[in-house]
Ligand binder design. Structure first.
Ligand SMILES: [Zn+2]
Length: 216
């Protein structure tokens, strides 16, 4: 299960979430090949995949520690770096992995334009507004950078207990910020028509609401 995380060891090296030394660069293709090119969290296979250090140590480049991940699932592992690309929400009804799939569908529909694009954008905004509200009212913010900073301050044991304390919290992505990936996602996942993606946005919204209501 994909749990919101931060790179607590980030002061050990500089650079972004794909940073690493020559050893990492050499092992990277081996990890992707071992995983069949698929994200170890949500199973998606895209043209551009990331490789995540599972134990949070970017100097630990043994193959079992290197997990293939797509851009979205990987961003959840480094939530402090998300900036305006996402919001923290309380959303037990959907797994973080399913949110990655839904987000990709929304991004592609928006990129294709037309009325469905308006509906998809509206759905994305509705989900963020609705499910970030409990987080904002409880913690004062749904900003991933602020949550990331808070997670960096915790003791190791408090941080590790987020597997329980944060099990119902999810990142919902800002689809406007992520739109530049739409072309390559569409080519790989949705090569045919709009109908392949999803037909009824209203139904999806109601479904998520109903499940969230049951678990609240
Ligand atoms: Zn994934």
């Amino acid at each position: 299960m994909l749990i919101i995380s931060v790179k607590r060891g980030r002061w050990r090296n500089k650079g972004g979430i794909e940073s690493g030394d020559k050893e990492f660069q050499a092992r990277r293709p081996q990890a992707i090949s071992r995983d069949g090119g698929r994200c170890r969290f949500c199973s998606v296979k895209l043209e551009k995949m990331h490789v995540h250090h599972k134990d949070d140590d970017h100097d630990h480049n043994s193959l079992p520690n290197l997990w293939t991940a797509d851009e979205l699932c990987h961003a959840v592992c480094h939530v402090g770096l998300l900036g305006k690309a996402g919001s923290i929400t309380y959303l037990p009804a959907m797994s973080q992995e399913d949110i990655s799939h839904l987000t990709r569908a929304i991004i592609v529909v928006i990129a294709r334009g037309g009325k469905d694009a308006d509906d998809a954008r509206q759905l994305a905004r509705y989900l963020i507004a609705k499910f970030s509200e409990p987080v904002t009212s409880t913690f004062g913010s749904c900003n991933p950078a602020e949550l990331g900073n808070a997670l960096l301050q915790l003791s190791d044991s408090s941080y590790n207990s987020r597997v329980t304390t944060m099990k119902d919290m999810r990142v919902l992505f800002n689809v406007d910020v992520l739109s530049k990936s739409a072309g390559s996602i569409a080519k790989v996942l949705y090569p045919k028509s709009q109908d392949d993606i999803v037909g009824d946005w209203q139904r999806i919204a109601e479904d998520i609401d109903a499940k969230a209501g049951m678990q609240a």
